[in-house]
Design a protein. Structure first.
Length: 421
């Protein structure tokens, strides 16, 4: 069975995520009003280039006719492209397939991104971003695993991670390595951005993230601070997820008792102690595999099933150094999905995009097959365990690199609604 058999919409999204979208003038024109892509479009050698520069801005996300959100990856070889205009509407086309152009819309750039705070600071640098209808709060982005001492010559950062690297964002936000707190100014600017989003009614969920700290106790205190600041704005009107590292029990208790968050998502990233140790050496050293799962189980005991998640990087284990075939990698991931579901923890698989130089077509084909089979088999597990992704945590309007919410939009028999505890 392939993905198209259970959800043609998810099947097409998978194709778009892997094949990307070729540049067109329509795509370039949409960048003027669409939510900006962090990665510019880079023209391939020999590719038709109406811009005359090696790279150009493109939109970040579009929605298809059935409201499926798709992240845009620029790719000069792709048969997918966008036609149309803002006045006449945009269409998703495919040169090679006999499919009618489909109307799409780009996720727009909100007004607040061009505003400033009361003290004249650009709101777009206040540590708040949007992925569809998900507001992501990240006011301490620098991850201490990047600066931790090496052990046995090995760096502590997660092997797939580039976004946690300490950089100028830390300066904008006043984040100091090893310090729990952030400047008052950082909290107040973040709250101004969040208030603008909440008043525009564009966020259906909020996700708290940030770089890890070497001391779990400090990280717990930081997330409690941030969640309190966030709740002073949203006051329970929008569901909030704590996307920290696996916290200590005492801090999980505070987050629950004070109703600071409605969901937990401690990202295990990969299944199996062996892969965790190899791929997430910092998490393994400073928390540990068993302690990570125990923290997730603790969260299930408080918030209940349907409110505890763990993001997984679907496909990193296909890199050659982990010595797995595609089949054994799928089997292992499925085994992990079932084990976590049995514990009341819902894994969410984000597509792994290899860095440039590691994206050989044969590798990408294996990765695509892996991700498709994992999603097909994981859907059966969710049904077997009656697991439902709560739309206060995530939905098809924000799952830009994940397929579970798209797949689960197909009605199934086991559809008991979840109730927030
Ligand atoms: S914990 Fe891992 S994935 Fe998260 S920011 Fe640090 S290195 Fe990146």
């Amino acid at each position: 069975m392939d993905l198209n058999d259970i959800s043609p919409s998810a099947g097409r999204k998978l194709a778009l995520l892997f094949e990307g979208i070729r540049y067109s003038s329509a795509l370039g024109a949409a960048a003027a009003f669409a939510y900006p892509n962090y990665n510019p479009y880079r023209f391939s050698p020999g590719e038709e280039n109406p811009v005359g520069a090696p790279q150009t801005a493109i939109p970040y996300l579009f929605r298809t006719n059935d409201d499926t959100v798709v992240r845009i990856k620029g790719c000069g070889d792709s048969d997918w492209l966008v036609s149309g205009s803002e006045a006449d509407g945009f269409f998703l086309c495919n040169d090679a397939a006999a499919v009618a152009p489909e109307p799409i819309s780009f996720v727009p750039r909100p007004q607040w991104m061009d505003d400033t705070t009361a003290d004249g600071f650009p709101l777009r640098q206040a540590g708040v971003s949007l992925i569809g209808d998900l507001a992501v709060i990240n006011i301490a982005p620098g991850c201490e695993y990047f600066v931790a001492d090496k052990h046995n010559g090995e760096a502590m950062r997660c092997r797939f991670c580039v976004y946690g690297a300490p950089n100028e964002r830390m300066d904008h936000l006043g984040q100091e390595i090893g310090e729990v707190g952030l400047p008052d100014q950082t909290y107040s600017r973040m709250k101004e951005a969040l208030a603008a989003i909440v008043s525009a009614n564009t966020a259906r969920h909020i996700y708290l993230v940030g770089g890890s700290m070497l001391e779990r106790a400090k990280e717990g205190r930081r997330y409690i601070d941030v969640a309190q600041q966030v709740q002073s704005v949203v006051q329970g009107r929008v569901p909030v997820t704590c996307g920290s590292g696996a916290l200590l029990d005492e801090h999980i208790d505070v987050l629950h008792r004070e109703k600071l968050v409605t969901s937990i998502c401690f990202n295990l990233e990969v299944w199996s102690e062996r892969l965790f140790e190899m791929i997430c050496p910092g998490k393994n050293r400073y928390v540990g595999y068993a302690a990570w799962i125990a923290a997730l189980e603790k969260a299930v005991s408080l918030w209940g099933v349907g409110h505890v998640y763990s993001a997984m990087v679907g496909g990193i284990e296909l890199e050659p150094e982990y010595a797995l075939t595609a089949e054994s990698a799928v089997d292992m991931a499925v085994e992990g999905a079932e084990d976590l579901c049995r514990r009341g923890i819902i894994p969410i698989y984000s597509l792994y995009w290899p860095l440039a130089g590691r994206d050989h077509p044969a590798h990408m084909a294996r990765l695509r097959g892996y991700f498709e089979q994992l999603n097909v088999r994981y859907r059966a597990i969710r049904r077997d365990y009656d697991m439902h992704i709560w739309d206060g945590f995530m939905c098809h309007r924000c799952a830009y690199m994940q397929l579970e919410c798209d797949i689960d939009r197909i009605p199934c028999n086991a559809s008991a609604p979840l109730v927030a505890s």
